[in-house]
Design a protein around this ligand. Structure first.
Ligand code: G3P
Ligand code: MG
Length: 245
């Protein structure tokens, strides 16, 4: 290995081994040596920033329906762990601020905005980040690149990343088209190759491919020189990197 080691970023915490997007999952990622986590956010009916992948509660809790149609008081009663394994019964859907509180300063938090909610989520998120004093720790990403552009224009201090699954002709050139200062690329891992990573780095862009779970892909992307790897198994990635000093 001749390049700088990639950062270990736990996808939805350590989603391969704990119920995704719960405090237990983020704690496990940190305990396994992750340097950052990725999480997904939505907004509740009463304007709280809720950490959950889906826009509904059905798959990962014992509740149902749209997050944006429930008040936080109701969402916080739900069980978000039992669906994954019985020993996680009692885990809750966290708020973004609860995750921040649990993680130490300088721990990278990649906040993925799942839906703009007609601009409501952007406003709440920026207000929270400004008040948190943790802006430096955060990279906001989204498949909605117009949302990313609005966030950056509204708050030049915030770091933003483009998340995508498309097999682009030229990754760095795509970021330039956004006409804002893009901090990072978040490509689907199978669409990015060494020249793309090198081109991104030359353009001053970090590269954080998702979601990488196999050792052969850890090896390839490490050789390619990516900035960080988003994985459901941060412990496995940490062990791989330690074994390849
Ligand atoms: O942010 C990377 C990755 O989480 C994007 O896909 O569906 O797992 O949120 P998804
Ligand atoms: Mg995500």
């Amino acid at each position: 290995m001749n390049k700088r080691k990639p950062l270990v970023i736990g996808h939805r915490g350590a989603a391969g081994e704990a119920p995704e997007n719960t405090l237990a999952s983020f704690a496990l990622a940190a305990a396994q040596g992750a340097e950052g986590i990725e999480l997904d956010i939505h907004i509740s009916k009463d304007g709280e920033i809720v950490v959950c992948h889906d826009h509904t509660l059905d798959r990962t809790t014992n509740g149902s329906g749209l997050i944006c149609e429930h008040n936080w008081q109701d969402i916080r009663q739900l069980d978000a762990g039992a669906w994954f394994a019985d020993n996680y019964r009692g885990e809750r859907v966290p708020l973004l601020r609860e995750v921040f509180k649990m993680l130490p300063p300088n721990f990278l938090i990649n906040v993925e905005v799942k839906h703009a909610y007609e601009g409501r989520l952007e406003q709440e998120l920026l207000a929270y980040l400004r008040a948190s004093g943790r802006m430096e720790d955060v990279v906001i990403s989204s498949f909605d690149h117009q949302c990313i552009r609005r966030l950056k224009l509204a708050e030049p201090e915030v770091k933003v990343g483009l998340l995508y699954a498309a097999n682009l002709f030229d990754h760095a050139a795509y970021a330039r088209q956004a006409d804002i200062d893009v901090y990072s690329l978040h490509p689907y891992y199978q669409t990015i190759a060494e020249p793309d990573v090198t081109g991104a780095a030359a353009a001053g862009l970090a590269t954080y491919p998702y979601t990488v779970n196999r050792e052969e892909d850890f090896a390839r992307l490490t050789m390619d020189g990516v900035t960080g790897i988003i994985t459901d198994y941060p412990g496995r990635l940490r062990a791989f990197l330690e074994g390849n000093q």
